[in-house]
Design a protein around this ligand. Structure first.
Ligand SMILES: O=C([C@H](O)CO)[C@H](O)[C@H](O)COP(=O)(O)O
Length: 209
């Protein structure tokens, strides 16, 4: 089970400094969507330079132009790029084509997908590498969590790797670990913690028990 650190809210120097502090507990560094909007692929390149052996995900949440936008991430050094499950299947296929050319992986973010079982089947049929259930920040503010979607994902996914995101922290990590996803994504739980290193340590400890 991998821990993905989502870097969403920081500027590049602060994000690099945070990652350096917690890197021992982190398997995948996510250049989060707000960070991508702010810094572009420059952030992916800087993290690739600084952490040559750590996996990097570019959270572009692609909605169109799947091949071109995936290529940007892979050429900058990302191992994974995200595409939205709610988009056209042609866009996801275009991301997968780029991933094959660069020997990288595509994560389908299932945020706002209404019929998860059908979408899971469609995404597995075309060979998506990772399927991520995700309760977004605005949904979290309305009190929602990704645990029920993760249960549906675990019941229906047969071959894709499974990821989960949405407000997870050291207090809630255990119920997600019990469902044994391949990747647990934590952003604000670590980034906004009073002691981010201790929070990352507790989360990783819960994942490795
Ligand atoms: O994908 C994310 C969100 O849409 C902002 O871009 C976050 O990276 C993801 O939800 C993890 O962050 P937390 O929910 O704060 O753990």
């Amino acid at each position: 089970m991998k821990l993905q650190l989502a870097l969403d809210e920081l500027k590049l120097p602060e994000a690099l400094a945070l990652a350096e502090k917690v890197i021992d507990y982190v398997d995948i560094i996510e250049i989060g969507t707000p960070f991508v909007i702010d810094e572009g692929m420059n952030a992916v390149r800087k993290f690739r330079e600084k952490f040559p052996h750590v996996e990097i995900l570019s959270d572009e949440k692609i909605m169109d132009g799947g091949h071109l936008e995936s290529k940007l991430a892979f050429e900058a050094g990302a191992n994974y790029v995200t595409v939205l499950g709610v988009t056209d299947i042609l866009t996801v296929k275009a991301c997968l084509k780029a991933a094959k050319e660069y020997n990288k992986e595509v994560v389908v973010d299932m945020i706002c997908v209404e019929d998860l079982p059908t979408k899971i089947r469609e995404m597995e049929e075309i060979g998506a590498h990772v399927l991520a259930v995700h309760t977004g920040a605005d949904q979290q503010a309305a009190g929602r969590q990704p645990i029920d979607d993760l249960k549906v994902m675990v019941a229906h996914a047969k071959k894709a790797k499974i990821a989960v995101a949405g407000g997870i922290n050291s207090k809630t990590i255990h119920k997600y670990v019990e469902l044994n996803p391949d990747i647990i994504i934590v952003g604000s739980g670590i980034g906004n913690a009073a002691d981010p290193v201790e929070e990352a340590r507790l989360i990783k400890q819960a994942m490795t028990k």
